[in-house]
Design a binder for this molecule. Sequence first.
Ligand SMILES: *[C@@H]1O[C@H](CO)[C@@H](O)[C@H](O)[C@H]1NC(C)=O
Ligand SMILES: *[C@@H]1O[C@H](CO)[C@@H](O)[C@H](O)[C@H]1NC(C)=O
Ligand SMILES: *[C@@H]1O[C@H](CO)[C@@H](O)[C@H](O)[C@H]1NC(C)=O
Ligand SMILES: *[C@@H]1O[C@H](CO)[C@@H](O)[C@H](O)[C@H]1NC(C)=O
Ligand SMILES: *[C@@H]1O[C@H](CO)[C@@H](O)[C@H](O)[C@H]1NC(C)=O
Length: 631
Amino acid sequence: MASAGHIITLLLWGYLLELWAGGHTADTTHPRLRLSHKELLNLNRTAIFHSPLGFLDLHTMLLDEYQERLFVGGKDLVYSLSLERISDGYKEIHWPNTALKIEECMMKGKDVGECANYVRVLHHYNKTHLLTCSTGGFEPLCAFIRVGYHLEDPLFHLESTISERGRGKCPYDSSSSFVSTLIGTELFTGLYSDYWIRDASIFRSMGRLSHIRTEHDDERLLNEPRFVGSYMIPDNEDRDDNKVYFFFTEKALEAEDNAHTIYARVGRLCVNDIGGQRILVNKWSTFLKARLVCSVPGTNRIDTYFDELEDIFLLPTRDHKNPVIFGLFNTTSNVFRGHAICVYHMSSIRAVFNGPYAHKEGPEYHWSVYEGKVPYPRPGSCASTVNGGGYRTTRDYPDDTIRFARNHPLMYQAIKPAHKKPILVKTDGKYNLKQIAVDRVEAEDGQYDVLFIGTDNGIVLKVITIYNQEMESMEEVILEELQIFKDPVPIISMEISSKRQQLYIGSASAVAQVRFHHCDMYGSACADCCLARDPYCAWDGISCSRYYPTSTHAKRRFRRQDVRHGNAAQQCFGQQFVGDALDKTEEHLAYGIENNSSLLECTPRSLQAKVIWFVQKGHETGKEEVKAMSS
Ligand SMILES: *[C@@H]1O[C@H](CO)[C@@H](O)[C@H](O)[C@H]1NC(C)=O
Ligand SMILES: *[C@@H]1O[C@H](CO)[C@@H](O)[C@H](O)[C@H]1NC(C)=O
Ligand SMILES: *[C@@H]1O[C@H](CO)[C@@H](O)[C@H](O)[C@H]1NC(C)=O
Ligand SMILES: *[C@@H]1O[C@H](CO)[C@@H](O)[C@H](O)[C@H]1NC(C)=O
Ligand SMILES: *[C@@H]1O[C@H](CO)[C@@H](O)[C@H](O)[C@H]1NC(C)=O
């Protein structure tokens, strides 16, 4: 060994330190696990569908858990993909415009790309058919797609004989903002409905009820809106009281100091609104809207507002009247950039619509609360038995009610999020968040909402947030960062299937599926599993595996999980490696020669772990920490 006297053997000790996730050292900016596109494929955790035609230009997706298909609408095509394995057994409808139609479109001054047929609507229509609408080369149209009623039924074709004009049902172009929802046979849309993409409106069409829309060019109703989502949410058991909610952003007239201020909005109407008798004929007579606020309380009482609504997700609960609403926002403030997620309960939304109306006496006046007499029936309420039943339809409403609704579409109060602050804020500029889907999970220590957040660079973040009642603070834990697409492309659509524990993710050119969890990856030790704090996973006595809240008591005895605190010391007491496992999961010994280089591994699997190397010169001397060269 030290024979030559001047060559000294070095002993290099490497320790892998797993940081306390629950304590003050918890690191919220790094995910616990980061999985590359390749790793996800190798683990068989994802599958990817690429269009065999080489292009997709995805615009809409429809999840059908009953038929076990994912329907995807793109440029000149509709696909039916298998929910089980998205890359296998696809069916295709090729649906280009005719040469004549393309020619006509180009004569109007549009280019070839714009004159393609972009599929923008896909809804379940009845047991055998989907409703689809497309831009048709600046001449929108709607048609039905025959799908198999039974799983084995391989039908998937366009009923080309029954197509109809799509104005008000689908935009003329492929890129303007658009939302739609089908209620029974009535199609509700929020869109720019004309050739020039100027006429922003909310429409109802197709069904038994009369066609109806918002008034033309009334900036009090809609002022350059960008539509984000629309959903029917019942108020009670009386179907006549059902309401449709539209989520959008628009230029806020009431932000008097700055004409360009954008606010996020919730707009609402009665499903059975058929307009007024003398005023608002064939126009919505129950439309109301309110500001949707997502802000962080600041020092000096100056709050930071996130006003650009990017995505909305409705988490269903057992009570179909009260889904939990998740909003993903960004801020365009020139002071700083960032994203936030806020949660809203229906009770606070309803309270604002039942509250005071906003009022402006005239051009010279400021916006204020309306303090005068509110007509009966209350403007914005539906013609239903719940509302006294005195009115069969909105056409029977007194002119006062209709006129008031027309002049006071805005509510005075804003809708505030649960806990009056976001559940998640990202201002580090590392991720641009675009899409959100949520799964509610039962864990050993309670219920958690797992957020799946799609970014603009092909990544999905899996995050939980934990509210601390005493501190009134929110802790976020990034469980996983998943590089779904090989290329850093924006995620434009996400559908979630809790039943299948799969997330379906669309980019412009491909569709991917990814399983919610892969518990093995956290490591097999009890401490590794507990520190992961993944509500889907628990240590089962042997490995880190899927946690089922309903499993038998005998099996449960061995279960170790602590999502709230990640307290592995307590959970894994008496297990192998306890004590040790917390601060010394692994130890490596390497030999080296002085003045020569040795490679010291320093990237642990878990991004919340840390590797520290110590060097010992000879056997007698003490260990010294090796400091990484700062580069
Ligand atoms: C290693 O390098 C240092 C400085 O470069 C020198 O002082 C020392 O003698 C060298 N040791 C051996 C064993 O070569
Ligand atoms: C991958 O997962 C699918 C189900 O999603 C399964 O059918 C297939 O057999 C798996 N392949 C491998 C190699 O495990
Ligand atoms: C579903 O709707 C389509 C289009 O209107 C119609 O042709 C078909 O008969 C309907 N199917 C059922 C089962 O009602
Ligand atoms: C914020 O959201 C709007 C609407 O989706 C989008 O146009 C804008 O690019 C977003 N800004 C950032 C910085 O992500
Ligand atoms: C340094 O190490 C490399 C390989 O580990 C060896 O080839 C080389 O001879 C060593 N140099 C000295 C000066 O010991």
